[in-house]
Ligand binder design. Structure first.
Ligand code: NAD
Ligand code: IPM
Ligand code: MN
Length: 352
């Protein structure tokens, strides 16, 4: 029985997870998947109230007594240091060693894209999730003086690079995708870049049927707007993967639609929409819950229920076709109305 922790977090995270939960419960019943949901009060409220972000014991329980986490978003203007998000979100990624951050973006309808003449395409981003520029290794010296020095190291290990590159090629192989593109900045950062390029070339040797390509991140960002259909599977370090996944989300329908899965294959998994807590629209009931709902699709796929995942993608298509969407996609529904519409759609799909 999969045990799933629900962490709505902050801002619109709370609103979209409420709808994702509705969909999750509906699908679990329809798929006869026995799940156990636990509610977690982790986020800015708790931090401001108790001064606690997440405890070691909570990490242990998440790791040992759960099979997956569904998270909304973390980030609150009242916590300008973003300490709780670092401890909770980056904490889970690092401490549960969720080294694959898989971020698929699919353009279902050309009119969803801000790009001129866009044709439907799909880009699957594999973002390294446990090292890079995110480890916190660094420091600040003579802080607050005119001589201040700040360091934030970019950490790349042979093991870390190899396992994410391999995950990208494995995925391409299994899904029958024809090209894997490495995105880096090895022209300027040759130590880390050199390691990535060497490992990428070595792993590629094992996958003779798959075309390879390497792009500097600046040129790739431009090219993703110019000819997005050229990109199939993309592998990148932590920071570049973060940036290009927001870009890929926007050109395929907006941040509100994009899901992600943070995974240690064969072990734990954390599902979260790519978007953040969106303080600019929080509390208004207008947040698009489709990114979070698509996370439920990835979750069912993860637990071996591809039909459920397919129904979710069909539902996303259907909701746009009938404009049963939130306003970012041209509709007039609230977050909750989209959630209820989705459950209704799924009930009909399973009864058909
Ligand atoms: P954001 O993704 O929260 O918002 C960017 C823009 O996209 C905003 O205009 C927002 O209104 C819009 N948007 C985002 N999600 C939407 C949705 N579901 N429906 C409709 N519109 C949506 O990014 P930001 O403003 O840079 O970050 C806000 C906070 O969220 C920060 O504290 C940031 O650190 C945090 N954050 C958290 C996560 C996470 O927990 N996984 C991810 C990204 C950002
Ligand atoms: C994301 C977010 C996080 C990241 C932030 C909130 C630390 O932008 O999940 O994409 O950079 O990984
Ligand atoms: Mn991001």
């Amino acid at each position: 029985m999969p045990r799933i922790a629900l962490i709505p977090g902050d801002g619109i995270g709370i609103e979209v997870v409420r709808e994702a939960r509705r969909v999750l419960e509906c699908l679990a019943a329809r798929e006869s998947l026995d799940i156990e949901l636990t509610d977690w009060d982790l986020g800015a409220e708790r931090f401001l109230r108790d001064g606690v972000t997440i405890t070691d014991e909570e990490f242990r329980v998440l790791d040992e007594e759960h099979d997956a986490v569904l998270l909304g978003a973390l980030g609150d203007p009242r916590v300008p240091t973003n300490q709780h998000a670092k401890d909770i979100l980056l904490g889970m990624r690092f401490r549960l060693d969720l080294y694959v951050n898989y971020r698929p973006s699919t353009l279902l309808f050309p009119e969803l894209s801000p790009l001129r003449d866009a044709k439907p395409f799909r880009i699957d981003i594999f973002r390294e999730n446990t090292e890079g520029e995110y480890t916190g290794i660094g420091g600040s010296f003579k802080t607050g003086t005119p001589d201040e020095i700040a360091l934030e190291e970019n950490v790349a290990t042979r093991k870390g690079v190899e396992r994410i590159v391999r995950a990208a090629f494995d995925f391409a192989h299994k899904q029958g995708r024809s090209r894997v593109t490495l995105v880096d900045k090895s022209n300027a950062m040759r130590h880390v870049g050199g390691l990535w390029r060497r490992v990428f070339a070595e792993v590629a040797e094992e996958y003779s049927g798959i075309e390879t390509d390497a792009m500097y991140v600046d040129a790739m960002a431009m090219d993703l707007v110019r000819r997005p259909e050229r990109y199939e599977v993309v592998v990148a370090g932590n920071l570049f993967g973060d940036i290009v996944s927001d870009l890929a989300a926007e050109v395929t329908g907006g941040l509100g639609m994009a899901p992600s899965a943070n995974v240690h294959p064969g072990k734990n998994a954390l599902f979260e929409p790519v978007h953040g807590s969106a303080p600019d629209i929080a509390g208004q009931g207008v947040a698009n819950p489709l990114g979070a709902i698509r996370c439920v699709g990835l979750l069912f796929e993860h637990f071996g229920h591809p039909t459920a995942a397919r129904h979710i993608e069909d539902g996303v298509r259907a909701s746009f076709a009938s404009r049963d969407t939130t306003q970012d996609l041209g509709g007039t529904l609230t977050t909750e109305e989209v959630g209820r519409w989705f459950v209704d759609y799924l009930e009909k799909a399973y009864s058909a």
